[in-house]
Ligand binder design. Structure first.
Ligand SMILES: CCCCCCCCCCCCCCCC(=O)SCCNC(=O)CCNC(=O)[C@H](O)C(C)(C)COP(=O)(O)OP(=O)(O)OC[C@H]1O[C@@H](n2cnc3c(N)ncnc32)[C@H](O)[C@@H]1OP(=O)(O)O
Length: 151
């Protein structure tokens, strides 16, 4: 079965609160490459409430952040011919810049679907465009500039 990108990170770089598999208290977001796009799914706990019934914006930014860095790692691997069908990838990206547009209230109690598309790669800089939707309604969009860490 296909592994999520985050499960391919080197063990010592897999403690991120949003997506690290080695952080048992974190969100453990999981992102998959599907064709030319990336996808993550996440259902927020009620504690991440903004106005009752809607999801707190900081969590939305966090989900876009971790979806973005994972997408950047996946797109960098594809561009460099590195297989994702292995135990570990030698690529890890961190956030340089993250821009979030909140388009509509994000409802509580729904599975959120986050999608990513590669915009461009320039050296170690990878730009990814993202959407976050609930019930097929786009609630937020984002763009991340992820930087591939030096080996
Ligand atoms: C985190 C530290 C690493 C330690 C190793 C452990 C990693 C453990 C994994 C963590 C996983 C978290 C994943 C979840 C997402 C987050 O939450 S990440 C946390 C938030 N982000 C950060 O803390 C990053 C802080 N920034 C940095 O550490 C350093 O600036 C960076 C991003 C590693 C880049 O430093 P560098 O490797 O020395 O590269 P540098 O030559 O400065 O920049 C490379 C290029 O990127 C551009 N660039 C760099 N930063 C920016 C920026 N902010 N805006 C625009 N352009 C930028 C430069 O202008 C340069 O462009 P070119 O000249 O090539 O055209």
């Amino acid at each position: 079965m296909k592994k999520p990108i985050q499960d391919l990170y080197p063990e010592n770089l897999a403690h991120c609160y949003g997506c690290g598999k080695n952080n048992t208290q974190g969100h453990q977001l999981k992102t998959y490459l599907e064709g030319e796009e990336t996808i993550s799914r996440f259902t927020p706990d009620l504690k991440y409430t903004a106005i009752p019934g809607s999801v707190y914006g900081g969590l939305i930014a966090s989900l876009l952040d971790c979806h973005g860095t994972a997408s950047a790692a996946a797109f960098a691997c594809v561009a460099e011919g590195i297989s994702l069908e292995q135990a570990q990838i030698p690529v890890r990206c961190v956030t340089g810049n993250l821009n979030v547009n909140f388009k509509a209230m994000t409802p509580q109690g729904k599975e959120l679907v986050i999608m990513g598309k590669l915009k461009h790669i320039e050296g170690r800089k990878i730009t990814v465009e993202m959407t976050l939707s609930a019930d097929n309604v786009v609630c937020a969009t984002g763009e991340i500039l992820a930087i591939k860490l030096r080996e």
